[in-house]
Design a binder for this molecule. Structure first.
Ligand code: NAP
Ligand code: MG
Length: 509
């Protein structure tokens, strides 16, 4: 795959066109593999947010958009999918250069998932239950009642840097499928693909339906979360910022969905097939250098298998190839930034200080040709207890904590002993045992003998402090609608409206 990107400056994308900021400066977007500046992007301001929200609000008020017939909307979603396919190579390159994701993963997974989500929702909108008629009640009098599902209005999306274009799609696709309009604030490390995606999508949808305001959380995210004309906020990011967004959104009582952090447990049972469980556990934690919210970062291993599992994990981890993400031979790219690298290294230090045993990795790697990149070797700690910092806090890097157990109930108790509840997994040859464990695990997705397997027609989201609401699946369409109950009285004579006696005591019968 050719990867040539000229360094250019990106204005904001508002009302279907590139718009310079009202006062904001430019900031650099870097390639985390090389440290090179790859683009300049605008630091938006509250005034820019206001313009984008107004454009989205005007676009929402147009009946052609809001009340588009499902068949037409379905065609539109398929047309967007087609546009993404046509621009796939460029999107994958931009994403690899700015996020550090490997072209192998982006080209064969993320871009396909994006296309498929628009197509899946293109199917769903055809038979979605937009209205439901209720049976007419005989008492207190006949009536016709129905429930309408309507779009919410202007949605604001605030997205993280780990899978920027896929996570933006998880919000854009259902918002547009249900007739909303959207303003997106991408993460400052990785705004490029969201900007380009908006430009591509705007070739298919009316002006103002999709807008992007880049800039910091404080200058752009906060004004979005408090803007009175924003009806819904859909946030993906850390639990700390999620809590803050929720409190900001409360000032105008916004509909709020949150996809937050995780510290997902993976339990190997005694009868597990280790030829699956070992590579599967590493796939679960080291994909995208551990920067995936659903990563399986705590691995629970029974006494009997402990040494064998540790040896096997070490051997497989040491074979992983770190390199430039644009090289298809690279297994693991860099982490997203110097700050993220320092944070991961300080967690590794903490693990050592608190008594965990470092099995492999634990250091920064100097990759030839990428000397200024932010690479960390796949790191495994044994003898971790569930109380240690590395087992409690989300590290968001390539660090696995292996925790020993003697009794399965105890493993389940420790697995659930976390503020998070995004994902979990169990490895066993016995499906009945698996279901018993799955039933007790408090997480929004549980894998049996696998990891990371998300589907566009199945919901994804967190229990506990991993979030509120679900993305993908039919559930995501519900999340971008609100319901209206409409009552039509079928009792034309006032005398027969017995319920009016609740107010009028002398009403003649
Ligand atoms: P983050 O620091 O929480 O940032 C997420 C987004 O919020 C970014 O666009 C950020 O902008 C913005 N933001 C920061 N401070 C803000 C504020 N005060 N007001 C409004 N917006 C603000 O998360 P991250 O570091 O980008 O991503 C890593 C986190 O995302 C991890 O915790 C991970 O688990 C979580 N995540 C969850 C899922 C999921 O589906 N559950 C998926 C992916 C990632 P700037 O970039 O400008 O700071
Ligand atoms: Mg951050």
């Amino acid at each position: 795959m050719a990867v040539n990107v000229e360094i250019k400056s990106f204005p904001l994308f508002i009302n279907g066109e590139w718009s310079p900021s009202k006062g904001g400066q430019l900031f650099d977007v870097m390639n985390p593999a090389t440290g090179d500046v790859i683009a300049k992007v605008t630091s938006g301001t509250a005034e820019d947010v206001d313009l984008a929200v107004k454009a989205a609000s005007e676009a929402f008020d147009k009946d052609d958009w809001r009340d588009m017939p499902p068949k037409k909307r379905s065609k539109m979603l398929y047309a967007i999918a087609q546009k993404i396919l046509e621009n796939a190579e460029e999107l994958v390159s931009l994403e690899a250069l700015s996020s550090g994701g490997t072209v192998r993963r982006l080209g064969s997974n993320d871009i396909i998932q994006m296309v498929d989500l628009f197509q899946t929702l293109g199917k769903f909108v055809l038979d979605y239950t937009y209205s439901e008629t209720l049976p007419s009640p005989p008492f207190p009098g006949p009536a016709h009642n129905f429930i309408w599902r309507e779009p919410i209005g202007v949605c604001a999306a605030i997205t993280p840097w780990n899978m920027p274009m896929l996570i933006a799609t998880w919000k854009i696709a259902p918002a547009l499928a249900m007739g909303n309009t959207i303003v997106i604030k991408p993460a400052s490390y990785t705004p490029l693909t969201t900007l380009r995606l908006a430009e591509i999508i705007s070739e298919v949808v009316p002006k103002g339906v999709i807008n992007v305001v880049t800039g910091s959380g404080k200058d752009v995210g906060e004004p979005l979360a408090t803007h009175p004309q924003v009806d819904k906020i859909a946030f993906t990011g850390s639990t700390d910022v999620g809590r803050h967004i929720m409190s900001l959104a409360s000032s105008t009582v916004k509909n709020t969905t949150l996809e937050l952090g995780g510290k997902s447990p993976s339990i190997i049972l005694e009868d597990a097939d280790l030829s699956l469980a070992l590579p599967g556990s590493l796939f679960g934690v080291f994909l995208h250098s551990g920067q995936l919210c659903e990563s399986g970062t705590r691995l629970f291993v029974p006494d009997q298998l402990y040494d064998q599992v540790i040896d096997g994990l070490k051997e497989l981890s040491e074979k992983l190839v770190l390199g430039n993400p644009i090289d298809p031979a690279t297994d693991m790219g860099p982490v997203v930034s110097a700050t993220q690298k320092e944070s991961i290294l300080s967690y590794i230090e903490k693990g050592k200080q608190e008594g965990a045993r470092l099995i492999c990795g634990g250091y920064e790697v100097n990759v030839k040709g990428c000397e200024k990149g932010h690479f960390i070797a796949p790191t495994i700690f044994a003898d971790v207890t569930n109380e240690m910092t590395i087992a409690r806090e989300e590290i968001f890097g390539p660090v696995l904590s292996v925790i020993r157990y003697s009794d399965v109930d105890d493993a389940i108790r420790m697995a659930n002993d976390t503020i998070y509840g995004l994902a979990a997994g169990v490895w066993t040859r016995d499906v009945n045992k698996a279901y018993q464990v799955v039933r007790k695990l408090r997480a929004g997705v549980v894998w049996i003998n696998d990891w990371h397997m998300l589907r566009n027609d199945a919901p994804f989201g967190g229990y506990k402090q991993s979030g509120i609401g679900r993305e993908m699946g039919k559930h995501c369409l519900d999340a971008y609608t609100q319901v209206k109950h409409v009552h039509t009285s079928m009792v034309p004579e006032v005398e027969r409206r017995s319920w009016y006696s609740l107010l009028f005591s002398n009403q003649s019968k």
